[in-house]
Design a protein around this ligand. Structure first.
Ligand SMILES: O=C(O)c1ccccc1NCC(=O)[C@H](O)[C@H](O)COP(=O)(O)O
Length: 235
């Protein structure tokens, strides 16, 4: 993947993909079985969470073999929250990572700094609850390789993401930013097609919606989500 190209090279992946396909990211994977299910079902990105307060958190020595098991063509995304350089160093030194997802309060300057330091594409998560949140997407869109347009967490939430909450998709209906973007927040196998149709998103991200309990992924739900997303037609 080139530095500013946010699109992983899917040409040599286990599944042939069309450039027009909806790209799916399954986030918060912890078990080899679920990594394999997501890959076989056609996920374009797999997310590994490095945030100790999360039920999806992975210690680096546990994450490394999982990341190494991912075939070429499927992007491995390391999700961190306001990580220090030391923390990012330890993740990137231990396993092959294709993209860094920043899910904290990283400033645009910090996004640019991380991008330069690691030479990896960076996806910045931005929480949306109302129209006042949209300006941040413009500013981060100028420094990040991708935007993750996610639901803003409730004020008392322990997690800054992965809360299974949706926002009003009409806020981002047919919006364009300076870089590619991914829709997230409360997506499930049952609503993802409607979310794609309404927003025009070409990429979607899910965590809670393919779980039976926080942190417990389910292969059937993963397959159902990917099939529903890739079957959706964004008008
Ligand atoms: O998933 C987590 O536990 C998590 C922890 C800390 C920061 C972000 C986290 N997840 C972010 C994601 O990428 C989720 O996929 C995204 O927020 C959507 O989550 P969900 O609404 O649960 O599908």
């Amino acid at each position: 993947m080139s530095a500013r190209s946010a699109w992983p090279d899917c040409g040599e992946g286990p599944l042939e993909r069309n450039i027009n396909d909806i790209r799916v990211k399954i986030c918060g994977l912890r078990e080899p079985e679920h990594v394999a299910s997501a890959v076989a079902a056609g996920a374009a990105y797999l997310g590994f969470v490095f945030f100790p307060k999360s039920p999806r958190h992975l210690d680096v020595p546990i994450a490394a073999p999982l990341a190494l098991s991912v075939p070429p063509g499927v992007a491995k995304v390391a999700l961190t929250v306001d990580a220090t350089d030391d923390e990012l160093d330890s993740i990137t030194a231990a396993m092959p990572i294709d993209m860094l997802q920043l899910h904290g309060r990283e400033s645009p300057a910090r996004v640019a700094e991380i991008r330069a330091r690691y030479g990896l594409p960076v996806m910045k998560a931005v929480g949306v609850a109302g129209p006042e949140d949209l300006a941040a997407l413009d500013s981060y869109g100028r420094v990040a390789d991708q935007l993750l347009v996610d639901a803003k967490p409730p004020k008392d939430a322990v997690l800054p993401g992965g809360n299974g909450l949706a926002f009003d998709w009409r806020l981002v209906e047919r919006k364009y930013w300076p870089c590619p973007w991914m829709l997230a927040g409360g997506l499930t196998p049952f609503n993802v097609a409607e979310a794609i149709r309404l927003t025009g998103a070409r990429q979607v991200d899910v965590s809670s919606g393919v779980e039976t309990a926080p942190g417990r992924k389910d292969s059937n739900l993963i397959r159902a989500f990917i099939a529903a997303a890739r079957g959706a037609v964004a008008a």
